[in-house]
Design a protein around this ligand. Sequence first.
Ligand code: GRG
Ligand code: 17Z
Length: 349
Amino acid sequence: MAKEQKQSMAQTFVLAGSNGHNSQQWQTGLSNLVNHPPGTNHMSRMARVASHVRQKCAAYVLALRPWSFSASLTPVALGSALAYKLEGSVDLVILMVCAVTVLVVHGAGNLVNTYYDFSKGIDHKKSDDRTLVDEILAPQDVVMFGALLYSLGCLCATLLYFLSTLRLEHLALIYFGGLSSSFLYTGGIGLKYVALGDVVILITFGPLAVMFSHAVQVGYLSVLPLVYAIPLALNTEAILHSNNTRDMDSDKQAGIVTLAILIGPTLSYVLYNLLLFVPYVLFCILATRYTISMALPLLTLPMAFPLEKQFRSQCYAKIPQKTAKLNLLMGLFYVFGIILAPPGSLPSL
Ligand SMILES: CC(C)=CCC/C(C)=C/CC/C(C)=C/CC/C(C)=C/COP(=O)(O)OP(=O)(O)O
Ligand SMILES: Cc1cc(O)c2ccccc2c1O
């Protein structure tokens, strides 16, 4: 094979990697490169392979939409903080494994969402999620990656069974509840497409995830984490609601129904404000009635007002991402508030 021919083959591979195209093309390019074509500089070949592996890895990480991960990390931190207050200590290994479990199930849910939104023609060139629309990854890559994450989640849940004293049936109930919600959000019956996505998010990213993280630490199920999850769950739902309000027109065209479509733009604005500001009202009540450390999340109020203003002006660009940033900070301050509360000062059931 002539040297120029091999170089053009390598270039095809470069293009396949950067534009995406399909994984078969990428693999063909890769095997051609690693098959040591004579006359090609070994180091530059290796550098190209390394660069493409890096590009592919970056594509997989971006497909997970990591900006949304605050939504699953804050409830894990909250559940562990509550366990710390109740039991006086937390097991850091359990905390880490629990965080990875919830994170990978969330990530898998995002991939299922990417796959089904694309196959139903809901995602388009102007969508936030263009992993498949722009051919950054092939649908088969997304399916395989999702299956890998679900398997990793099951492995972590098994590890948690051995690390925690929580009964198997309780652990399995919450874990598979989270796993099925993450799939059914867009897969199977597709709860998102029949205006039930908001309920799924409120439950999974709120009570379910907080309860899971609390239960693996203390070894039993309790209703306390469900109550503490309320302010955080409302704020997390604000992320999704802003997302759905932004996508209202394209979702309508695609023939799906979301809560934002059902209630229209004006009530959507009212709902976004409720989801954004009711948690602050709850923190004010907790701070004045119980302990001042519960006022810590109020430090994020200056971030909430610009979001309200941006939503009111119907300029929805990046509102979900900005709300997710607020979610992370509010969640962290909430957790610190709980940790710093004097013993016995927090409301208990
Ligand atoms: C308790 C355990 C073990 C796990 C819980 C783990 C969680 C939180 C699972 C929830 C997974 C889930 C429902 C993911 C869906 C994520 C989501 C809201 C995607 C956004 O979907 P769209 O509304 O289509 O947004 P885009 O328009 O940006 O695609
Ligand atoms: C991608 C994505 C998008 C969202 O709007 C989310 C909202 C709440 C929780 C998770 C979300 C998410 O993972």
